[in-house]
Design a protein around this ligand. Structure first.
Ligand SMILES: C[S@@+](CC[C@H](N)C(=O)[O-])C[C@H]1O[C@@H](n2cnc3c(N)ncnc32)[C@H](O)[C@@H]1O
Ligand code: SF4
Ligand code: SF4
Length: 443
């Protein structure tokens, strides 16, 4: 924790918070790493550990359906958390409201994925976005900045986010408010000033690079020049070495037919340019070109199986290169699994969860995706007509947060009704499923 959000709390109160967490976790048989003040150099480090554990354990309890325990934990712990710690108090209130089955939330969103502009310099073959010259309104940006003291994480995206010159100002405000920022970018439009702001802010940057080879890269990323990408990656690497090393650098590879044989090369490329992690994401939806989307349309079971069979090999290479590999490609190995197409079916909660009462997806309660003119829990959720282009979808982030669309997703989750949820969620592996992601206290 930095000086900016430091709160004053006595060592006795930190110990009390720690004990309350231990009790809540042990009654639910959840592992809690107990530490003592004497394990730390100073009280602030002990406080960080206790806060981190509190934030993680209350979410694990909720994710496992221990709602009564979450409510007890909340009511016992709250009196010890200083009023000045808006972020932590908001996290706890949010988890309490989930446990309480609330659909209109008093807590603020903890992670917002915010689209600055729809405009883009490229026209990638798999991209379904309309690249119009539209930008988030100033009112939306003001709203975003106003709730930053409560926000844990902010993901900035486009279109191409660096088309919008206001991005630098948003980064400054995020820095002031200890918000972890993730930027998703094609990496072709930024300059040194912006790179320095990114490196100052906690969080990470995700470069979308679908091939380590010029020919394939340019065939997928229409309008891009491979040489420009390489030049920017070199500048980024140099500044990162000079300024700060702990901004996480991730490479996102959208896997389709054209590039599915290049995963190993991609890992070596990632190493060369200093990436910490590589995400392998299956392409979704329509793609220009023949049979490119073999995961959904024209499903190619043999190819899926072939790639899946190499997953341990890719993991070994990544380990050898000290790169974290997040493999989101569908991991189907049994014939039955191949034939099991979930689309359009309702999944019973017992199919997806360990306890009957836990929810399949917590995203509608913890997070919001805010594209221009609409809103929904995550970008992968189905678009609904509800509220799109209404005033609140265009103007106010907080109205969207409790707007019809979010409330309807929350109601569906509480009723264990997932029939409108997308296949990518229904067939996701538990450990990489965004809807169950624990939003850690990391600042
Ligand atoms: C829509 S882009 C916007 C941000 C930026 N322009 C970029 O390309 O990184 C966000 C992410 O979605 C990925 N993406 C685009 N089309 C996709 C698709 N059809 N399936 C899966 N991911 C896709 C991109 O590669 C990128 O990582
Ligand atoms: S750079 Fe990003 S937003 Fe632009 S076309 Fe490609 S995937 Fe879409
Ligand atoms: S399961 Fe997927 S589609 Fe359904 S609400 Fe969660 S993130 Fe959205």
């Amino acid at each position: 924790m930095t000086e900016k959000n430091s709160d004053v709390i006595s060592i006795e109160n930190i110990k009390k918070i720690s004990q309350i967490c231990i009790n809540a976790c042990s009654s639910s048989r959840i592992l809690f790493e107990e530490k003592h003040a004497t394990d730390y150099k100073d009280i602030s480090q002990f406080k960080v550990h206790v806060y981190m554990s509190l934030v993680e354990s209350i979410q694990i309890l909720n994710n496992k359906g221990y709602f009564k325990e979450v409510k007890n934990l909340y009511s016992e712990v709250c009196e010890y958390i200083p009023e000045s710690n808006k972020k932590l108090r908001n996290i706890l209130l949010n988890e309490y409201e989930i446990a309480d089955g609330a659909t209109h939330l008093k807590s603020f969103p903890r992670h917002i994925q915010f689209v600055m502009t729809m405009q883009c310099n490229l026209n990638c073959i798999m991209c379904s976005e309309k690249h119009e010259n539209v930008f988030a309104t100033d009112k939306e940006l003001d709203d975003l900045i106003a709730i930053m003291p409560y926000l844990q994480m902010l993901t900035l995206r486009g279109g191409e986010v660096f088309y919008d010159k206001r991005t630098g100002h948003v980064l400054d405000e995020a820095y002031k408010n200890d918000v972890r920022v993730t930027i998703v970018t094609n990496g072709l439009l930024f300059n040194e000033e912006i790179i320095k702001k990114i490196l100052r802010t906690a969080g990470g940057i995700i470069f979308s690079i679908d091939s380590p080879f010029k020919e394939t890269y340019e065939a997928i990323r229409n309008g891009a020049k491979f040489e420009d990408l390489i030049q920017n990656l070199k500048i980024f690497k140099k500044l990162r070495e000079n300024e700060k090393k702990d901004v996480r650098l991730t490479l996102n590879m959208v896997v389709m037919r054209k590039n599915c044989g290049q995963i190993e090369d991609m890992l070596h490329f990632a190493k060369e340019y200093g990436f910490d992690s590589v995400v392998l994401a299956p392409v979704e939806g329509k793609v220009k070109g023949k049979n490119e989307n073999f995961f959904e349309q024209n499903k190619d079971f043999d190819l899926i199986k072939k790639i899946d069979a190499k997953k341990d090999f890719y993991m070994k290479i990544a380990d050898m290169l000290s790169i974290e590999l997040i493999n989101k490609l569908p991991g189907l190995t049994e014939k039955d699994d191949f034939e099991n197409d979930y689309s359009g079916k309702s999944v019973k909660s017992s199919d997806c969860n360990k306890t009957a009462s836990s929810l399949f997806c917590y995203a509608p309660f913890r997070q919001m995706f805010k594209p221009i003119g609409s809103y929904k829990p995550l970008c992968c959720c189905n678009d609904t007509e509800t509220d799109i282009n209404s005033d609140n979808a265009r103007n106010s982030i907080l109205e969207c947060w409790n707007g019809k669309n979010m409330v309807s997703y929350r109601e569906k989750m509480l009723r264990h009704n997932y029939k409108d949820c997308v296949e990518v969620c229904l067939s996701a592996k538990e450990d990489t499923f965004e809807g169950k992601k624990i939003l850690l206290w990391e600042v």
